[in-house]
Design a protein around this ligand. Structure first.
Ligand SMILES: [Zn+2]
Length: 339
């Protein structure tokens, strides 16, 4: 048992064979506890009595009609954060800043459930119907000013409930001057509405006091291996890529006199940097971009492409190609998640 308790001593293989329910984890005594406290302080600073309950699960989410927040297990232990990064190339909520950013969004869902704000007429007018079915994907308009910008990938555009949660998150972020920042944006009306509702709720006890915990870690019997298998399938882009023409603008199919570099190894060498640059610029998950890059590398091999430009030039063009393809991917329906 001591082997299981000390997760940091386990190899990746040993960890992947473990079931989620057997992970000896808790929020208490970890940096997560401090972050949750900070969220509570932010709510308290506005005079709100509401404190969402939190528990560990597979991913970030707020269940339907539950005024509480599920936090992914990998944030409760550094060894699991490390495994998450290796499996998914990214740790969502891994830093204090990112973690609070996501928690503020989830707190928006939780307070919506706690006071049934979504049942109000004005909510429906501003955000749309809360009960609208969740889409498997959404097509964001990157230039829209009808929605606030908080989580990546224009997430407020995914669903009315997400729009509300994102608006709440912007509203509650300390030191964010939303009135100024969203001046002249139609989204300002949504922020003002949230501001008005939260003033009404000062000192009010929630109407929904459920402490239900959905999909708590100790109930999840799949192994970490299965969990990551599913997660990777879920994040990958679903549209059929066709890069050939773009690839031929960067690489050449003719062989040169001098010993030149093959395009596949060039891309492989810059894989990590390309992925993280595009992920930062577009808000799309690192894993989805990496999958696209894997297709590109395969295609370069099949077409026997070579690098004929300087490496720096080729890198810049590869970055543009990958960004454009990522945006196309978003437009053909990218389902990031139900955060
Ligand atoms: Zn959400």
């Amino acid at each position: 048992m001591s082997l299981v308790r000390d997760l940091s001593r386990l190899t990746d293989e040993q960890l992947l064979n473990m079931r989620l329910c057997d992970l000896p984890l808790s929020i208490e005594g970890t940096p997560l506890e401090r972050r949750v406290d900070r969220l509570y302080q932010e709510l308290h600073a506005h005079g709100l009595l509401f404190k969402p309950h939190v528990w560990l699960s597979e991913e970030w989410f707020t269940p339907d009609d539950v005024p509480g927040i599920a936090i992914p297990f990998y944030l409760a232990h550094p060894r699991l954060s490390q495994l998450e990064r290796k499996q998914m190339f990214e740790v969502e909520g891994g830093t204090e800043r990112d973690c609070l950013r996501i928690m503020r969004h989830e707190a928006g869902h939780a307070i919506d459930n706690a006071f049934h704000i979504y049942a109000r007429r004005r909510y429906r007018e501003l955000f749309g119907s809360f009960t609208r079915p969740y889409p498997n994907w959404y097509k964001p308009e990157p230039n829209s000013r009808d929605y606030v910008l908080h989580l990546p990938a224009w997430y407020a555009q995914a669903h009315p409930a997400e729009d509300f949660a994102e608006t709440f998150a912007v509203w509650i972020t300390p030191r964010l001057q939303w009135k100024k920042q969203y001046e002249d944006w139609p989204a300002l009306r949504k922020l003002e509405y949230v501001d008005q509702i939260m003033k009404e709720l000062v000192g009010q006890a929630p109407t929904n006091t459920s402490r239900e915990r959905v999909e708590e870690l100790h109930e999840i019997t799949i192994t970490l291996r299965e969990h990551y298998h599913r997660k990777r399938q879920y994040y990958a882009f679903q549209w059929p890529p066709d890069y050939d023409r773009d690839l031929l603008r960067i690489f050449s199919s003719e062989s040169h006199q001098k010993p030149d570099l093959n395009a596949a190894s060039f891309l492989r060498r810059h894989r990590r940097q390309l992925c993280s640059e595009v992920a930062k610029g577009t808000g799309v998950h690192n894993y989805a971009i990496d999958q696209m890059l894997v297709h590109l590398i395969t295609r370069c091999k099949e077409l026997k492409l070579r690098v004929s430009l300087t490496e720096e030039n080729a890198f810049q063009r590869a970055l543009v190609l990958l960004t454009v393809q990522t945006i196309n991917g978003i437009h053909s329906g990218y389902h990031r998640i139900a955060l």
